[in-house]
Ligand binder design. Structure first.
Ligand SMILES: [Zn+2]
Length: 413
């Protein structure tokens, strides 16, 4: 990835949409050392910085880059398992894991490129033992790879957690400045309660972050409630189900819910009481509506979660349950599903994700990283936010900038 930073540069467009403040006509950001030093009118910023290079996109809109709060890079679109009930799909996925090994790295590079060309500047990726970290680090995006661990492959809960903590330390060596590794407790049906609790405690003590899948499918709800169903059939040796509570309550009981945790899906079996629990613990949520639809998992009660003050970002999940790595396309799907405004959608795709992950990005504000996307939408647009979202969802991203580095530029200017 491009490590060297050139001198200061002004990125400007016919429309500048900071998200955290109203859109500006002929607006600009001044970028120095990868961060935003000023936001305002191009005329003013240009006058105050006369010798600074200007990259001006007069008929376009600059927005913050997409923050993908939950993704998997290591899958190919062409051999995705058919959409089916979650446990059926997961069964197929597990069967195909051995053949997948041969092409995971290539898939991860391709998926990262697809995300970049759709305006993604930050990605929270989860993969087994962090296997997709090299490809994320090489892509030029900023991001975090959450290393999933599977205790049955390792040993006792203590050994498993020691091993994943050591693995993450090793993964962190030699990474680009804005690429990071953390731990993922994959799910309530693959990681036992003791390993989950230990991983939550250890990471919390060290100030690390955590990613989990939670309350994704009706089968997961059934596994935890009664210890039966499709997931109990697949993971016959996992005997800790049947505890009579919801996935959210279970996750709370093993201490997984905390402000540094991002929980993906929450697609089904999330009651009003569960939403209160989520809000009280301060856990953040990644919304993956297209994956949820593909795997017949239901509709996440995202508007109610947002109303309760829960931090929500958007996630594409991976290409075996989702049609693309385009986070704006994912967000447009959510906007239609929940009847939200374009402005609400754009905020979810950018600032919402940044807040959920606790990163200094997602809006064009002084001091934040200069992560931008340039979109084919002009100031004359009638419904600006909605039009920008639709354009970004539909292939209208022409340039992507991460920390002031242009890592994609279709215009060649
Ligand atoms: Zn996932």
């Amino acid at each position: 990835m491009p490590e060297s930073r050139a001198g200061p540069v002004i990125f400007a467009a016919g429309t500048l949409m900071p998200i955290s403040s109203p859109p500006l006509q002929d607006g600009a950001v001044l970028v120095r050392e990868g961060r935003i030093e000023a936001v305002g009118d191009l005329a003013d910023i240009g006058r105050e910085n006369p010798d600074t290079e200007v990259r001006f996109f007069p008929n376009y809109t600059i927005i913050p880059g997409a923050v993908n709060a939950h993704a998997h890079l290591g899958f190919r679109r062409k051999d995705a398992p058919e959409g089916a009930a979650f446990s059926e799909w997961l069964g197929t996925l597990i069967e195909r894991l051995p053949e997948k090994e041969a092409w995971t790295a290539q898939a991860a590079s391709d998926c990262a490129r697809e995300a970049i060309e759709a305006g993604t500047t930050y990605m929270a990726e989860s993969s087994p033992y962090g296997e997709c970290l090299p490809q994320l680090a090489e892509s030029g995006m900023a991001g975090t790879v959450y290393a999933e661990f599977f205790p049955h492959e390792i040993g006792t809960p203590e050994e498993s957690v020691d091993s994943i903590v050591a693995k993450v330390r090793e993964l962190r060596e030699g990474l680009p400045e804005r690429v990071d590794a953390q731990v993922s407790v994959h799910s309530p049906y693959t990681v036992d309660p003791e390993s989950s609790r230990l991983a939550a405690r250890r990471t919390r003590e060290m100030g690390w972050k955590l990613a989990i899948h939670l309350s994704e499918s009706p089968e997961e709800v059934e596994f935890l409630k009664s210890g039966t169903g499709g997931l109990a059939d697949i993971f016959g040796a996992n005997e800790w189900g049947g505890v009579g509570v919801s996935p959210v309550r279970y996750a709370q009981s093993v201490e997984l819910l905390a402000p540094q945790t991002i929980a993906a899906h929450l697609a089904t079996g999330v009651s009003e009481e569960d939403i209160e629990v989520l809000a009280q613990t301060g856990v953040a949520v990644a919304h993956c509506p297209r994956s949820n639809a593909y795997l017949r998992c239901g509709v996440s009660p995202v508007p109610a979660m947002i109303a309760s003050g829960i931090r929500v970002g958007m996630g594409t999940d991976g290409l075996w349950s989702s049609p693309s790595m385009n986070l704006f396309e994912e967000t447009l799907f959510a906007v239609e599903l929940h009847d939200m405004s374009g402005a609400a959608g754009l905020e979810l795709a950018t600032l919402g994700g940044a807040r959920a992950l606790g990163i200094e990005a997602g809006s064009l504000e002084v001091g934040k990283w200069a992560d931008l996307a340039v979109i084919e939408t002009s100031w004359e647009s009638r419904n600006l936010e909605r039009d920008v979202l639709e354009a970004a969802a539909g292939g209208g991203v022409v340039a992507t900038v991460v920390g002031g580095n242009m890592i994609y530029n279709r215009l060649g200017t």
